[in-house]
Design a protein around this ligand. Structure first.
Ligand code: ZN
Length: 652
C-alpha cells in the first residue's frame, strides 16, 4: 500500500475500531537493525498468552474454546447468533480476556447458552481445549457460568471504595487472598529505611496454600515458563545483534531477570535500559503496567519494539534539555521540587510491533521505569509514539465528531489549525516533564496514596503539561507557532474531560480508569473553582450542551493552583486529601449529561475505543538460512492476525 491508498481503518465492531499503523522509515534501516527488530518482535509476540492468563484464570481456555467453534463451525455463518458469537470472540481477542479492556466489566454475550452448547457438542473432542480426563460436558459446566452468568467474575479490576478489592476482582493476581492479607504481606516486606526498595510483588501471583501466603513467581522454571523460555530464546538472538555494548547489557540483564525472577536484577536492568539513549532501536518486554491490580503492585506483561523517529525527536529533546527551567518555574511549592532534575530523556518513536498490554489497544506515550527510587535517582525514559498518533489523526479526519460537540466555528477553527500540534506537545510535556517532576518528602511511602495513587500521578503529569502549554517559553523554543495555539489544547481537554470522554462509560456506571478519572478531576475542579468568574461554562444551545471557555488565561492559573495542590498531596503522601479530590470530582458522572452525550455520539456511529493490527514481518533467507532481508507487510486483517497469533504463539 502506498501512502495515498494506505488504509488506516481496518474494521469496526461493538465499541471498537481497529486501525492499522504505518512503520514510517522501516525500509531505510540497515539489515542489522531490521533483523534486530525482527528478533525482538518475535520475543514480543511469544508473550501473548501471559496477559490472557493474568487477566483471568479462565481466559486462555475460553479463547481456545471460542476459536475452536469459530474455525470448525459448519452451521450458517450469516445466522444472527453466529454473528453475535463472532463479535464476542473479537472482543475477547481485543481485551485479552472476557472483561472490557477499559471499563474492566465483563461483557455480555449476544448469543444464547444453547447456541454455544450445540456448537461445542458438534465438534470433535480433539478440537477442544480439554484438560486431562475432562469431558466435553465438564468443560461446558466449567466455562459457561464464567461466560454467561453476570454474577460470576463480573469485574476484572474492582476499585469500589469500601469493598475487598481483591476478592471482588477477577484478575488472576491473587488467589484466595483478602485485601488485608495482601497489604499486610507486602507491608511486612517493606522497610522505611530502604532507600532503594524493589518493586515488591511485581512479578508473581500471591496465593494462599494451606493457610499460608506464597508468591508464585513468573520466570523460567516457574509460572509461565513456556512463554518466557521462548521470549528468552529470541532475546538471545537479539543480543548478538545489539547496536552497542550498553544495549547488549540491557538484553543480558533482562534475560537474567527472566531466568531468576530476582527483582533486584530487574532494577539493574531498568537502570541500564534508561541509560541506553544512543541506540536507534529500543524495546520494552516484561512485567510493566500495574493498572490491572487493584492494589497497583502486580504488573501485566507487555512489549513494544520501536525505533527512534529522528526528526520528531528534536521536539522532545528541546523540552528535556530545558527540564530544569520548567521545574524551577512551576507553580509548585519549592520544598516539593527537585533541585536537580536528572536524566529526563525523551524521544519520539515509531512503533514496529505491539504486544501484551499494548495490543491491540496501545498507549501513545510511555514513561518508564515505574520504580520511584530509580526515577528520582536515575531519571526515566520517556517516549511518545508518533506513528500511532498519526494513525489516530488520519483515521479520524472528517468523521463528524467536532461538528457535533464543539461549540462554534471559532473553536472549530482553533482545533483544525492547532489541535494536532498541541495534542502531541501536551503528550510530550506529560511524559517528558510531568511524570519526572517533583519529589516525595523524605520518609513518605511511595504507595501512600494506594488506590488513588495512579489517578493523582496522571493528574500531576497532565497538569504540568496544561500549565506550560501557554507559556511564552513554548513559542520561544519554537514548539508551537504562536501564543493562540494553546487554546486548542485547553478547549479539547475541557470538552473531553467534562463531556466527550463519557462516551466510554456505560449508562449508570461511574468512572474507574485512572487516566479518565484524572481528566474529569482536572476539568470538573476547574469548572467549579472558576464558576464565580465564569471562566468555563457549560452552555445549552438547541437542547445540546457545549463547553465554552470565556477566559483562557484564568483557566491557566486554575490549572497552576491545582498542580500545586496535587504535587503537595503526592509529596506528602496525603491519602485523605487524595481520596477526597478523587471521590468528589473524578468518579461520579452527571447522569443527564451522560445520556445526552451518549445519544449524540451514537448518532455519529463511531467507536469510542481503538486498537491496532500489527504489520507482518517476514525474514527473507538465502540458501544457508542466513537472513538477507526483512520484509514488512500491512495486508493482514484483524481476525486473520488473531488466529495466526493463537496458532503460532500459543505457549501456555
Ligand atoms: Zn502518564
Amino acid at each position: 500500500m502506498s501512502e495515498n491508498n494506505f488504509n488506516y481503518s481496518v474494521e469496526q465492531f461493538a465499541d471498537l475500531q481497529i486501525l492499522r499503523y504505518k512503520v514510517h522509515g522501516f525500509d531505510s534501516l540497515t539489515l542489522n537493525q531490521k533483523k534486530l527488530i525482527y528478533y525482538l518482535s518475535e520475543a514480543a509476540l511469544n508473550g501473548r498468552d501471559i496477559l490472557f492468563d493474568q487477566n483471568g484464570k479462565y481466559n486462555l481456555k475460553i479463547r481456545r474454546l471460542l476459536e475452536a467453534v469459530y474455525v470448525h463451525y459448519d452451521g450458517d455463518r450469516s445466522d444472527s447468533e453466529f454473528q453475535a458469537f463472532e463479535v464476542y470472540l473479537k472482543r475477547v481477542w481485543f481485551s485479552s480476556g472476557i472483561h472490557h479492556h477499559y471499563s474492566t466489566d465483563k461483557f455480555i454475550p449476544g448469543f444464547s447458552v444453547d447456541f454455544l452448547r450445540d456448537a461445542v457438542m458438534s465438534l470433535d473432542k480433539s478440537q477442544l481445549p480439554l484438560s486431562d480426563g475432562e469431558t466435553v460436558v465438564g468443560l461446558c459446566n466449567e466455562l459457561f457460568p464464567v461466560i454467561f452468568d453476570p454474577d460470576v467474575m463480573p469485574k476484572r479490576v474492582n476499585q469500589a471504595d469500601g469493598e475487598d478489592l481483591l476478592l471482588t476482582s477477577a484478575s488472576n493476581y491473587y488467589e484466595g487472598v483478602t485485601q488485608q492479607e495482601a497489604e499486610d504481606f507486602y507491608a511486612a516486606m517493606k522497610s522505611p529505611d530502604d532507600e532503594t526498595p524493589v518493586m515488591y510483588g511485581m512479578n508473581s501471583r500471591l496465593e494462599k496454600k494451606d493457610g499460608k501466603l506464597t508468591e508464585v513467581v513468573w520466570k523460567i522454571d516457574g509460572e509461565y515458563c513456556n512463554a518466557i523460555s521462548k521470549i528468552v530464546y529470541w532475546l538471545e538472538k537479539a543480543m548478538n545483534l545489539a547496536e552497542n555494548e550498553q544495549q547488549k547489557e540491557v538484553i543480558r540483564l533482562l534475560i537474567e531477570f527472566y531466568r531468576t525472577g530476582d527483582l533486584k536484577i530487574f532494577d539493574d536492568y531498568s537502570i541500564c535500559w534508561l541509560k541506553d539513549t544512543e541506540s536507534r532501536i529500543d524495546f520494552v518486554n516484561g512485567f510493566i503496567e500495574s493498572y490491572g491490580d487493584p492494589l497497583g503492585m502486580k504488573a501485566s506483561w507487555e512489549s513494544i519494539v520501536n525505533f527512534k523517529d529522528l526528526k520528531a525527536t528534536y521536539r522532545t529533546e528541546v523540552l528535556s534539555s530545558n527540564a530544569q527551567w520548567f521545574e524551577d518555574y512551576s507553580p509548585v511549592s519549592s520544598q516539593f521540587k527537585k533541585s536537580e532534575v536528572k536524566g529526563v530523556s525523551a524521544k519520539v518513536i515509531t512503533a514496529a510491533i505491539l504486544a501484551g498490554d499494548l495490543y491491540p489497544a496501545s498507549a501513545i506515550g510511555i514513561n518508564l521505569p515505574n520504580s520511584n527510587w530509580i526515577r528520582s535517582v536515575h531519571g526515566s525514559k520517556s517516549v511518545t509514539i508518533g506513528n500511532l498518533t498519526d494513525a489516530y489523526n488520519k483515521a479520524a479526519k472528517g468523521n463528524g465528531f467536532r461538528d457535533e460537540f464543539v461549540y462554534s466555528e471559532h473553536e472549530k477553527g482553533l482545533l483544525d489549525k492547532y489541535a494536532d500540534i498541541t495534542g502531541d506537545l501536551h503528550t510530550d510535556l506529560h511524559e517528558c516533564l510531568g511524570h519526572g517532576s517533583g519529589k516525595l518528602l523524605p520518609g513518605v511511602d511511595p504507595d501512600a496514596l494506594k488506590a488513588y495513587g495512579a489517578t493523582i500521578e496522571e493528574a500531576r503529569a497532565d497538569l504540568f503539561g496544561l500549565y506550560y502549554i501557554p507559556d511564552a517559553k513554548m513559542v520561544e523554543l519554537g514548539l508551537i507557532p504562536d501564543s493562540e495555539a494553546y487554546k486548542a489544547e485547553y478547549y479539547s481537554y475541557m470538552m473531553n474531560g467534562l463531556m466527550t470522554q463519557l462516551v466510554r462509560i456505560e449508562p449508570g456506571c461511574c468512572i474507574e480508569e485512572s487516566h479518565m478519572r484524572n481528566r474529569q478531576l482536572i476539568s470538573a475542579w476547574a469548572l467549579e473553582h472558576g464558576a464565580d468568574e465564569e471562566v468555563v461554562k457549560l452552555i445549552v444551545k438547541d437542547g445540546k450542551t457545549y463547553v465554552v471557555i470565556n477566559d483562557y488565561e484564568k483557566l491557566r492559573s486554575l490549572f497552576g493552583r491545582l498542580l500545586a495542590e496535587i504535587q503537595r498531596i503526592k509529596s506528602e503522601g496525603d491519602y485523605e486529601a487524595a481520596r477526597e479530590l478523587v471521590e468528589k470530582y473524578a468518579v461520579k458522572v452527571n447522569p443527564k449529561l451522560h445520556s445526552e452525550v451518549l445519544e449524540r455520539y451514537k448518532a455519529l456511529n463511531l467507536a469510542p475505543y481503538k486498537g491496532f493490527v500489527n504489520p507482518v514481518y517476514s525474514a527473507v533467507t538465502d540458501e544457508h538460512k542466513n537472513i538477507i532481508d526483512v520484509k514488512i507487510d500491512y495486508n493482514e486483517g484483524y481476525t486473520e492476525q488473531m488466529l495466526r497469533y493463537s496458532r503460532d504463539y500459543s505457549n501456555l
